[in-house]
Design a protein around this ligand. Structure first.
Ligand code: SF4
Length: 319
């Protein structure tokens, strides 16, 4: 089984982001943990025991949760699967347990708690090492914080670190993509995810472009920066196993590979999607509505159909 847990909370919305998030100054931690554990209980009812292959805490910003809340969620999810080995032997090749984190949230205390709870992989939202660019993105960290976070994770025994970077930024930022690639490689991450900037409706970036205060992404820049990254990372020993993802030998993301290979997966948390091999379904995206539905003990479903690339109808179920 592959499980995705969506943690929707962020301190603010990044300029390019249209993800399903809830911007909160105060994260409702006990309410969130209670809702997820209730959904986990509902998920297990009537299902035969399965073995867990990957668990992925994504967002939003999972690292905004206090470390003990992450530990409660991870251990509860691992304990729900009887085949999970004891935590002292849990290994990424047995059960891959990933937490997405922002660099500013990584402390030696939080990293230690994550590791002891069974986390064995961290995906760090680096995006750029240029402070000016990070401010434009509305990120909360500066470039120097990325290396500090990687060092802290390694100090806690979390060596399997992935870095996210965004490329094809508007020309007026004069972002030095080659410099960012070199700084990322100097940290020797296990894995890199490179995302080309796209403009999504109702984001700050879309508004800036419509007002003429920012340029739209440029296709030529997009292609040139992608190809430069492909060449440089390949020369450094990384293998692109998916269009946006490169890893050192044996360090591909098993969780993301499951999506791309058409395996079934289960999503927990607001907006989380699931796929059982025949139909896709997703939880209601709004945090408050998701919480209310679980408190009432009723997750109503609606369905529709789309035609897949095979020409066969695919049933879609929304919760
Ligand atoms: S931290 Fe991630 S999920 Fe949150 S607003 Fe920024 S890009 Fe979106």
């Amino acid at each position: 089984m592959h499980i995705y847990l969506h943690v929707p909370f962020c301190v603010r919305r990044c300029s390019y982001c249209d993800f399903s998030i809830a911007v909160r100054k105060r994260v409702p931690v006990p309410e969130y943990v209670e809702c997820v554990l209730r959904e986990l209980q509902l998920m297990r009812e009537g299902r035969a025991p399965q073995s867990l292959e990957t668990l992925y805490l994504g967002g939003g910003t999972p690292s905004l949760l206090p470390a003990d809340a992450i530990a409660t969620l991870v251990t509860s999810l691992l304990d729900a699967f009887p085949s999970t080995p004891s935590l002292d032997v849990i290994d990424v090749d047995v059960v891959e347990v990933t937490v997405e984190a922002n660099p500013e949230d990584v402390t030696s205390e939080s990293a230690g708690v994550w590791r002891r709870a069974g986390v064995n992989r961290v995906s760090l939202g680096a995006q750029s090492f240029d402070d000016r660019v990070l401010q434009w993105m509305h990120r909360s960290h500066d470039g120097a914080r990325i290396a500090t976070a990687v060092g802290t994770l390694r100090g806690a025994g979390l060596d399997n670190v992935s870095l996210d970077l965004i490329f094809a930024l508007p020309a007026e930022l004069e972002r030095d993509w080659s410099r960012d690639l070199e700084l990322a490689l100097a940290l020797e991450p296990a894995h890199l995810s490179l995302y080309g900037l796209t403009v999504e409706p109702r984001t700050p970036l879309a508004r800036w472009i419509s007002r003429g205060t920012s340029a739209a992404p440029d296709d030529e820049r997009y292609a040139a920066e992608y190809l430069r990254a492909h060449e440089r990372l390949t020369a450094a020993g990384y293998h692109f196993y998916e269009v946006s993802n490169a890893a050192r030998d044996g360090l591909r993301s098993r969780h993301n590979s499951a999506y791309w290979s058409g395996h079934s997966y289960t999503g927990l948390g607001p907006a989380a999607h699931s796929y059982d091999g025949r139909a896709r379904r997703w939880n209601t995206p709004a945090w408050d509505a998701y919480c209310r539905a679980l408190a009432a003990g009723s997750l109503k479903s609606t369905s529709t159909s789309v035609v897949t690339s095979t020409g066969l109808p695919l049933r879609i179920v929304g919760l």
